[in-house]
Design a binder for this molecule. Structure first.
Ligand SMILES: [Cu+2]
Length: 273
């Protein structure tokens, strides 16, 4: 291949690459605001606790990027400064058993990992603390393959099927304690905008508390592969004013849905099991 055609091909590749990158950037800009970019892929949190998770995520990205830039910088610096020259003969001087360098690349990663561990443990302790001073309690039963929401204090419940997603109502600005239980296999209760998920494990009750602080409709799903209809284990969360929440509780009771359905399913046959 001649030099010219090789040069032309690399120019074409560069133009295509540049085009793809700018298309991606433009698509990103048209979809979201600068805030979306700042969250680096995370959804906007819909709970009070979400801001803690978001700053852990953002802080981790900034730290990782700073380390990345330093490492890439050092790589490119050594590639350029220590490149092979025409005057070079033989193998360059080899460096080994250099104690200060070895101490540096042991200590620096230890500091990095220690920092990541500290901030993760600090936030995890805060986010998983159950203080039992909630305004309402919801017992979530994950079962093959849908969800039951038992509103413990309101003496009512709602239940879904794989074909009909259940809706979880929550009053805005009220602290909710979730008690997660399963009658069959492990599921995982995940509402992406809570920036939080927790496994639903048979034989134990997992608990966490959040305060939804933004009215709206959010999607939820099972995040643990649990069988053939796992992908249909979807639900909707509606964060509404207190009056609307109370009204919905009344509607559920008016349908005859009194008490709690702690086993989840009404009958196995109803769920096609
Ligand atoms: Cu599941």
């Amino acid at each position: 291949m001649s030099r010219n055609s090789a040069g032309g091909r690399s120019r074409r590749i560069a133009v295509v690459a540049l085009g793809s990158v700018s298309t991606l950037l433009l698509a990103g800009c048209s979809q979201g605001t600068i805030d979306d970019w700042k969250r680096a892929g995370y959804p906007a949190p819909s709970t009070e606790e979400g801001s803690t998770m978001l700053s852990l995520w953002t802080g981790s990205w900034i730290a990782a990027l700073a380390v990345g830039i330093l490492v890439w910088g050092l790589i490119f610096w050594s590639i350029i400064v220590y490149r092979r020259r025409k005057t070079d003969t033989g193998v360059p001087v080899q460096l080994r058993y250099n104690l200060p360098v070895e101490i540096m690349y042991t200590v620096v990663p230890l500091i990095l990992i220690g920092g990541m561990f500290y901030f993760t443990a600090r936030d995890q302790i805060e986010l998983t603390a159950v203080e039992d001073n909630q305004d309402l309690t919801v017992n979530v039963v994950g079962f093959r393959w849908s969800w039951t929401f038992n509103y413990v204090d309101q003496n009512t419940y709602d239940i879904g099927t794989p074909g009909e997603d259940p809706v979880l109502y929550l009053p805005v600005d009220q602290k909710v304690k979730f008690e997660l239980t399963s009658p069959d296999v492990i599921h995982s209760f995940w509402v992406p905008t809570f920036l939080f998920k927790m496994d639903v494990v048979p034989g134990r009750t997992n608990k966490f508390e959040v305060t939804p602080n933004k009215e709206g409709t959010y999607l939820g799903k099972c995040a643990e592969l649990c069988g053939v209809d796992h992908s249909r284990m979807l639900f909707t969360v509606k964060v509404v004013p207190q009056a609307e929440f109370d009204q919905h509780m009344q509607e559920l009771r008016a349908k005859g849905q009194f008490g709690q359905l702690t086993s989840g399913r009404t009958t196995d046959a109803a769920q096609g099991v």
